[in-house]
Write a protein that binds this ligand. Structure first.
Ligand SMILES: CC(C)(COP(=O)(O)OP(=O)(O)OC[C@H]1O[C@@H](n2cnc3c(N)ncnc32)[C@H](O)[C@@H]1OP(=O)(O)O)[C@@H](O)C(=O)NCCC(=O)NCCS
Length: 298
């Protein structure tokens, strides 16, 4: 019998964690979020069953009615290539179609070749590229943490309006990251915003906001933080990123996704490189956001 897909039950939790522990040398985020995934509303964990045992799983969540985010697709390393990844992808596309959603989004890393193969086979379109940078707890960037008197908290409504008018949101094709989840904040049609944790900025003499940095509430467990938006002059970005590092002193990692639309990245890359964040692949765009209109044929 081939692969069959069904909704995960609480009893599948142990197997899901066991599969996840084989991936990325046990550094996968799924064990930190699986309990929340299993009890969240507007969301489903599905598992793939082959001959009576669970070999793969994935999670889909409605960011808002009409916009589905697909994430956490994993197959047991001993059972890859049996069609589970494709069956899970197809299952969620069909579910989104039945439920009348408009679009499905997802993100992946440049070296996940099997994942990219499946995504493109199911006609997801690559819309945005980002450069991943990270400051680990024991890494060289963290001593640069410094609270600045130039920086003040920005009301979330003002921050959202500023983001919509920024050059950075154009380079990210209208997506705002929340770690590895990318929200369609300025996409045509369906719009959804992530919950913010902190918005900080620097104002000009007349009180207008001239630069902004936003950290969203972490969606991959409380251990890390991510700078999900930062735009402004190189000098301001340096001050804002140092300030943000100081706001999250105990975070295991502080990462950021730097928008790199049409091969032009924002000032943030120079800032985090100067501060000695880890940037892989020599600053080549390495995180891709894909989207698919739900109504189109497979
Ligand atoms: C991505 C992943 C879920 C795929 O699971 P799977 O059950 O092996 O997937 P399937 O068997 O349905 O399909 C695999 C497809 O990828 C292709 N593939 C496998 N390795 C490949 C590679 N290195 N380059 C290109 N294509 C590749 C296979 O040929 C197959 O396509 P085909 O049927 O058209 O020939 C699995 O590789 C995995 O768990 N990877 C680690 C986690 C990950 O990267 N997740 C996605 C990013 S969040």
């Amino acid at each position: 019998m081939g692969v069959t897909i069904r909704t995960a039950r609480l009893a599948d939790r142990e197997r899901i964690v066991a599969i996840s522990s084989q991936i990325w040398e046990g550094d996968d985020y799924v064990p930190q979020v699986i309990d929340e995934w299993l009890r969240m509303r507007d969301s489903e964990v599905a598992v793939a069953d082959l001959n009576g045992s669970v070999i793969a799983f994935a999670h889909a969540v409605n960011l808002t009615p009409g916009y589905v985010w697909l994430e956490g697709i994993r197959t047991d390393t001993a059972a890859q290539g049996h069609g589970a990844g494709k069956a899970l992808t197809e299952y969620f596309i069909e579910k989104a179609t039945r439920e009348g959603a408009e679009r499905i989004g997802l993100s992946t890393y440049i070296d996940n070749l099997a994942s990219i193969h499946i995504i493109e086979q199911y006609r997801f379109v690559r819309l945005a590229s980002f450069i991943l940078a990270e400051a680990k707890l024991d890494g060289p960037a963290r001593p640069a943490a410094e609270l600045s008197p130039l920086v003040s908290a920005v009301p979330f409504d003002e921050a959202r309006a500023w983001i919509l008018g920024s050059a950075s949101i154009t380079k990210s094709c209208g997506f705002l990251s929340q770690g590895w989840k990318f929200w369609p904040v300025a996409r045509p049609g369906v719009v959804a915003w992530p919950p913010f944790d902190a918005a900080i900025g620097i104002r000009s003499g007349d009180g207008s906001l001239r630069s902004l940095l936003v950290v969203c509430r972490p969606d991959h467990g409380p251990g890390g933080a991510s700078i999900d938006f930062a735009d402004g002059s190189p000098e301001d970005l340096d001050v804002l990123v140092r300030h943000a590092l100081a706001l999250y002193p105990g975070a295991k990692y502080i990462q950021t996704m730097i928008p790199a639309g049409q091969a032009v990245h924002t000032n943030l890359l120079e800032t985090v490189t100067g501060l000695e964040f880890d940037v892989w692949r020599h600053g080549e765009p390495d995180v891709f956001v894909y989207e698919r209109a739900v109504g189109q044929p497979h």
